[in-house]
Design a protein. Structure first.
Length: 182
């Protein structure tokens, strides 16, 4: 009898712990209007880094630390990748960023998914949407979004890791205006 009670108690306690993590991640996301962070991006072994700002929903401005002055900007509808010598524009809804930059979509996915704990430090949710497999990672301690893994628009594996995260700063909306083509 005591063994059955102990097993039931352990099961209920572990279920509550996972529920609590999920609820904390959802609560944290709900309270965020924007985040600014440093990033490191690994695309098929090529590493780039820089700074980004996300304004929910679906806006992002990233400045890469590269000689070619690469920037990535979304105004919520289109995504522009611009360097000194190139300019590409894509419909945002054709990229995985369309989903990653939509916190309400992320919350709805997290509500229905089971999380995976990695190295007792990170929480991972994996989902497939519109033929995109997306892995989203959160810090287990503070429940902040700390990265994602996708296939980019060229079907390259893209892993993005976030650091020095600052939430809910006052932002200038013009940073999300798409740059003009050179």
């Amino acid at each position: 009898m005591k063994k059955k009670f102990l097993i039931i108690f352990i099961f209920l306690y572990s279920t509550e712990a996972f529920t609590s993590i999920k609820e904390n991640i959802i609560q944290n996301l709900t309270e965020i209007n924007n985040i600014t962070f440093n990033f490191e991006q690994n695309i098929n072994g090529k590493i780039e880094n820089g700074q980004c700002t996300i304004l929910y929903p679906k806006k992002i401005n990233c400045n890469y630390n590269l000689e070619n002055k690469k920037i990535l900007i979304s105004n919520g509808k289109s995504l522009v990748i611009k360097t000194n010598s190139s300019y590409f524009i894509y419909p945002l809804d054709k990229t995985p960023l369309n989903l990653i930059l939509d916190k309400n979509f992320l919350i709805s996915k997290i509500e229905e998914l089971e999380e995976r704990i990695i190295d007792d430090k990170f929480i991972n949710y994996t989902f497939i949407e519109n033929d995109n497999e997306i892995n989203i990672f959160f810090n287990k301690t503070n429940y902040n979004l700390i990265g994602w893994q996708t296939l980019d628009i060229y079907q390259n594996l893209s892993i993005t890791y976030l650091t020095k995260i600052i939430k809910n700063q006052k932002l200038k909306k013009e940073i999300f205006i798409l740059p003009i083509k050179n």
